[in-house]
Design a protein. Structure first.
Ligand SMILES: [Zn+2]
Ligand SMILES: [Zn+2]
Length: 144
């Protein structure tokens, strides 16, 4: 994840500064979504706590580079597991165990684009959050 992020940033000639890198590390470590306050707290472990504004700026950078997505319904951030291009991701959020999967179905993205255009709306972030139950939660809920 981090070497991939470094490669992308080098290709685009943008700088993955130590602060941005550490924020990405904390998010990627989680294997799920993590809130901004928790990111700040994690960064402050064993050293001085960073200024929140510097963390928010790092998050803006990581989102602009497509390395991190923000999940509005959870008010949290998640490392991107998707393709190396601008993409409208779909997230499947399990309300049983909290696991979050990222899908990148181009037809969903295209459908959102078409419907929005018909409404005269310019899409900035075609990100979809779908809640439900993951496969393993559905299996464990089933009667034996
Ligand atoms: Zn993604
Ligand atoms: Zn689940």
């Amino acid at each position: 994840m981090l070497s991939e992020a470094e490669r992308r940033c080098a290709e685009r000639q943008v700088r993955l500064t130590p602060q941005r890198r550490r924020v990405l590390e904390v998010i990627a470590d989680r294997h799920g979504a993590i809130g901004a306050y928790e990111i700040i707290a994690r960064l402050g472990e064993g050293r001085s706590r960073p200024a929140p504004i510097s963390v928010y700026r790092a998050l803006d950078f990581l989102m602009a580079q497509g390395l991190v997505h923000r999940l509005a319904s959870l008010n949290a951030f998640i490392a991107c597991s998707g393709p190396d291009r601008a993409h409208g991701a779909q997230f499947l959020i399990c309300r049983g165990c909290g696991v979050i999967g990222e899908l990148n179905d181009a037809s969903v993205e295209a459908a959102i684009g078409r419907a929005a255009a018909a409404a005269g709306f310019a899409v900035a972030a075609p990100l979809v959050e779908v809640t439900g139950l993951c496969r393993s939660c559905r299996t464990s809920d089933a009667p034996a």
